[in-house]
Structures are given as C-alpha cells and as structure tokens.
Write a protein that binds this ligand. Structure first.
Ligand code: DLL
Length: 435
C-alpha cells in the first residue's frame, strides 16, 4: 500500500502537473531575466525574451546552462535574489576551479526538504521511524538534505554523518534504526562490517535504505538488501538543483519519480542539444521551476538516462528517470566524491611529474578503489625503494588534499605507460555498472 508525503501533488493528473508547471515557468523565467544578468545576457544573445515563454513547451527556446557557466559566474553571478535573502550555501565535492556553490533562501530549503521527505515516505518512512543519516554533513548536500526530510516526516533523526563505522553500528543497534540513508557503497560496507562482527541481517531493526549520490547496480542493490535485511531505494539529485530529492524511487523500484512540480526535465542529444522524445537515451537537463536563490534554467547535468511516463503501480504520476547510465563528460564518482581526471593531472604537474599517467578505478567488495600510476622521468628514477615509497606517499597526500579522497599512487619506471596515437586513454574504469 503506497504512502505519500504530499498525496495531492504526488498523484496529481498529468493535466494538473502541466498546469502547475506552465504557471511556474512563466514566473520563473521573468524572475531570472530580471535578477540574473548572466542568464539575461545568454537569453539576449539567443534573442529570447520572457514574453516568448508561455508554457513548458517553450522551454526549448531557452539557452542551456553548463558547469562551465557556473564556473564563470562563480561565486555570485547566478544568484537570483539579494544575498540578504539567502540563508545557506552547499557545495560540490570538487575542488579549485570545479567547485559549485549553490545558494538557498529559507523557502528553497523548505521545498528541498519536502522533496527529501517524499523520498523517505516512499521508502515507508513515518513519524514512528528512527532514521540514521550517514551521508556526509557540511557542504555536501546529502546529510543536510536527508536530515531535513527526516525532520519533516517526523522520524527520530540520527545525524551521524559518514564514517566511524563502529559508532554507526553501535547507534543502529542501541537505538533501533529503521531507515538508513547513505551512499550505496557505504551501505555495502556497513553490511560487510555487521557480518564480520557476527550479526545476522535479522539482528538489526532496519527496514529500508535510501541510497544515492553515485551510480550503483541492481546486483549491488541485491547484495545490500540481503546483507542488511532491507528494501533499498535509489535517490538522485545534484548540488546545482538543490541536492538529493530531485527524484526518488518508490516500492516498484523501476526508476525514480522526478518531482515535476519543482523540476522540469528534458532529455537532449549531448552532441547537438536537440530535445529527444520520451524513451530516448540522452543527457538529462533540468529547469528549476521555483527556486529563488539559485534558479538554474536548462541546466545540463551531464548524466545520461532515459525518461518514461509508463504508469506506475505506486500511484505516483510524476515522470520516472532511469538510473544514470553514465556521463557525457569525464567526471568520475568515486566513493561518492566527484573527481575529474584534470584535477589529478593538475596535482602531478604541480609536483613536478609528467602528464604520463593512468587512472584505474575499480570496485572491490562494493568499495570503489582509485589507483593512479605515474611515470617517472629518467631523472626522477631511483632504484632505492624507500625513495620511491616516500614520493608515492607525498603524492597521495597532495591528491587527497585536492580531491577529498585518497588514491593509491604507484610510481612506475620511465616509458612504461602506453603512449597513445589518438586521444590518450587516461582512465580505465573497471566497475561494472549495469547488468
Ligand atoms: O550527489 C546529491 C545527492 C546526495 C544525491 C545524496 C543523492 C543522495 P553532487 O555531489 O553534486 O550531488 O553530485 C551529483 O552525482 O550529477 C550524478 O552524476 C551523481 N548521482 C547522484 N545521485 C545518483 C544516483 C549529490 N542515485 C552527481 N545514481 C549527479 C547515480 C547519482 N548517480
């Protein structure tokens, strides 16, 4: 039996959703045009004015926004309201040059938390639940978003943040957590640790998990469900659109309902920018229909997926997106952290190494691994093992500072990394992400 946090809107007819979207988009485009000079310029260059946007069908006339625009406009260039109306920032896990800073009014936070509350209720959450939030807290949106959603539902909220697995398990057992929210890889790790400690799945009180922020497979879902004795639900979002809760899975577990009263989704051809029909695989683009402080229009997520309007047995009417099937840029998500190969290259060059390197990503026992093989120049080469080890440690530390996660660095002999005759292959990702 399906439960909804906001039944009227979550099960509204297609006509009603369109009516809401059409009303909001007209206001939102006007708001952006009048308050965000950066986007006004893009619209002027394209020859579009707010008067041209009468319904969501006209959204395709608007210019796209990309991560590059966010970097150019950093930090305040895309603000849609006076700073005095903003109460919070959140930021992505990327560092220098890649960091995205998103702004929120109190109203933006309320709507964001409502989206997260919808996800928690869809996973069976009520005010009788104990919800353990072990996404990172702080600048990352995972902790604050699910924390807020959990409060709205009225769950007893455990603001654990990530890490300190011993303590997570102790609280989970002592307080009888019934819902857990974290990255799927951390969920898998907690499951393994419980097993190592001799616990069986039925020893905990968990019934559901809300996992996202990184790609995960159906296989991984089955593993996590078995090891924790729960039903595992997917949740999607990105800092630019506020954070988790843009879409979430219901009991059918066949894709994530996009909160269409707040976000208008399009699928485009990443090469040509052409809007593709329902059911096509392409890049997901979002227009936030009512965000005040950071109102991004036609933001290119770089996530590749498919949308479907096939009726859902849960009764929700909002369009469903598939799990992201990859990215149209080179961003890697490793243990929930966004990593660009260019950041690794920047560290190498900064530390006096050459750009002959190979990044290897894998998933071992449900945990992502990151190995960086770096070629020494003949001058740097040494046959003293302790020299090499010290250099590897120093590079690992520099990369940890830049990326926020620690890779394993392997310094290799000169001329051992294969040269390429075309585009250099700098990344080998061995994770099997799809069945
Ligand atoms: O990862 C927000 C989030 C927090 C989502 C907690 C879900 C749960 P960013 O750090 O800005 O925000 O990273 C956004 O992560 O463009 C996707 O590529 C990827 N991503 C997010 N959720 C999923 C998911 C948060 N369920 C980027 N499956 C997005 C696959 C996901 N990829």
């Amino acid at each position: 039996m399906a439960n909804y946090y906001q039944p009227e809107i979550e099960t509204a007819s297609r006509e009603e959703i369109l009516r809401i979207q059409n009303e909001k988009i007209v206001k939102q485009v006007k708001h952006v045009y009048e308050n965000v000079p950066y986007y006004k310029k893009l619209m002027d260059e394209k020859g579009v004015t707010p008067d041209d946007i009468k319904s969501v069908d006209d959204i395709k006339k608007l210019p796209f926004l990309t991560k590059n625009d966010l970097r150019e406009a950093y930090p305040y260039g895309l603000l849609g309201t006076d700073l005095k109306n903003c109460v919070r920032i959140q930021s992505t896990s990327g560092t220098t040059g890649k960091r995205v800073v998103a702004f929120y009014t109190q109203n933006d936070i309320d709507l964001w938390e409502e989206c997260c509350a919808r996800a928690i209720v869809a996973a069976g959450g009520t005010n009788e639940d104990v919800c353990q939030v072990c996404y990172g807290y702080g600048l990352f949106t995972g902790g604050p978003g699910l924390n807020g959603g959990s409060h709205k539902v009225g769950c007893l909220t455990l603001p654990m943040s990530s890490g300190n697995t011993e303590r997570q398990i102790q609280f989970m057992m002592d307080l009888g957590s019934t819902i857990i929210c974290c990255t799927p890889s951390y969920a898998a790790y907690i499951g393994e640790t419980l097993k190592e400690k001799g616990y069986k799945p039925e020893d905990n009180k968990l019934k559901a998990g809300i996992f996202g922020a990184e790609p995960w497979t159906e296989e991984m879902r089955r593993d996590i469900e078995a090891s924790l004795g729960i039903k595992a639900y997917d949740i999607y979002g990105l800092t630019e659109t506020s954070g988790p809760g843009v879409s979430f899975e219901c009991e059918e577990q066949t894709g994530m309902h996009i909160n269409e009263d707040h976000f208008y989704a399009e699928i485009i051809d990443p090469e040509t920018g052409e809007v593709l029909p329902e059911g096509s695989k392409g890049e997901l683009v979002f227009t936030s229909l009512d965000k005040e402080a950071f109102p991004l229009l036609r933001y290119r997520t770089r996530d590749i997926c498919v949308l479907t309007r096939k009726p859902c047995s849960c009764g929700r009417t909002h369009v469903k997106m598939s799990k992201p099937m990859g990215r149209s840029d080179d961003m890697l998500i490793i243990r929930g952290v966004n990593v660009f190969p260019s950041q690794i290259e920047a560290v190498l060059l900064n530390e006096g190494y050459s750009a002959n390197y190979l990044i290897e990503v894998d998933r071992v026992n449900n945990t992502d691994t990151l190995d960086v093989n770096v070629e020494l120049t003949p001058e740097q080469f040494s046959d003293v093992t302790s020299d090499i080890q010290a250099k590897e440690k120093a590079l690992e530390a520099a990369m940890r500072t830049m990326l926020g996660i620690g890779p394993k660095v392997h310094l290799v002999n000169p001329k051992t990394i294969q040269r390429s005759e075309g585009k250099a292959v700098r990344v080998i990702d061995r994770r099997k992400l799809h069945d």
